[in-house]
Ligand binder design. Sequence first.
Ligand code: UDP
Length: 468
Amino acid sequence: MAQKTVVLYPSLGVGHLNPMVELAKVFLRRGLAVVIAVVDSPDKDAVSADAVARLAAANPDIALRFLPVPPCGADHHDSLPVIRITEVLRLANPALRDFLRALPAVHALVLDMFCTDALDVAAELAVPAYFFFASPLGDLAIMLHLPFYYPTAASSFKDMPETVLRFPGVPPIRALDMVTSVQDRESDVSRARQRQCARMLEARGIFVNTFDWLEARALEALRCGLCTPGHSMPPLHCIGPLVHVIGNTGGSGETHACLEWLDAQPDRSVVFLSFGSLGVFSAAQLKEMARGLENAGHRFLWVVRTPPEHQNDHSIEPDLESLLPEGFLERTRESGFVAKNWAPQIDVLRHKAIGAFVTHCGWNSALEGIVSGVPMICWPLYAEQRMNKVHMVKEMRIGVVVEGYEDELVRAEEVEAKVRLVMESDEGNKLRERLVMAKEIGEDALKESGSSDVAFDEFLRDLENKRT
Ligand code: UDP
């Protein structure tokens, strides 16, 4: 049988491209040819040519191709990210159409959740379209339900922050924990997101980077149609946990010093604090965190960035001496390691010295915690992380929450309390046992005949059997 070709179409940004690369590896392993179409736009969020070249060099079997997209209007740069990105992707449609037409055959087009306008191109060319949802299934359950719920809700979420909302298949969630982009019902961003979510139902199927066991209730609710009343739900393929392995050098070629430091620490003794690619804290918050860590008395590995009020460009190296409490670095010289800006997170999490992970609840970070079997302390910061936190703490039961994350400052005492809880208490031990179980079940899901493997088989059968 001739090899089938799948085109993957990520939204702007490395954060969208990396998960697609991991998905591409699954397609390749299962004998399909894969092309990733990368939007080439002057937009500030577009992936740089260098980043694409690095990914291409590391993955020679995946064809990465640029789609040239014309610049947007003059006021484009001032728009909010969702609006900007939606506009770039809308303008990319002609290039996508030409690109797909030029390929000898395309058997499926896999779209990122922001790429809903590309459904029009897929329909025009009669190419089956699927989505890849790179956040928890619980988020999908909420987001698909939103167009059915929000128009008749009492008010915008921002106007009822403490109201507890109930969506099928997920734990009760306070309105203030809903994703930032939909807080204001009347905003263009919120309308755009609802339109995009409503259109996801047009897909032939939805891949999700999770595994059945982890989110069984959301899976059931989605499959039964509880989240999308009166509409048929596309088949769901939970094919995770997929994590992006980039190696321990961060592209520099040298092993990061924190890994050598970890080698010298006892097993499960170190608290790792890392907050995604963008997470930053005020100087006041950094000082509270430092005090909390020091008072908790456990070893730590902490990724610190320059606070936003000091510098807009957070890639600039932080001045640790002035940012952290006086004498902190000296007092914790043996027991702590502060990494400036970045640490090789996946390698760190897999290191046997790590005992807990303080995370901003980005979904990649959460999955990396799960595949490493490390209990988490959830400190959500932006985007959909507060929703993720709810699933992680209440549904998956893989972490505890740092109280006060929605306020200006989380106090040192709270940091200390949650570190101690996970590192010292019975509750912490139970959490660790649960993570060991989640890790093993996640590994099994990916093995032959595991749930994620079977979910992929179902997609292959769909590709084989159906025509649009
Ligand atoms: N990451 C890393 N080192 C850091 C910070 C982040 O390797 O110091 C990686 C992390 O392993 C994860 C990604 O960056 O793969 C962050 O993705 P996530 O979805 O967790 O958060 P986002 O950056 O999208 O908010």
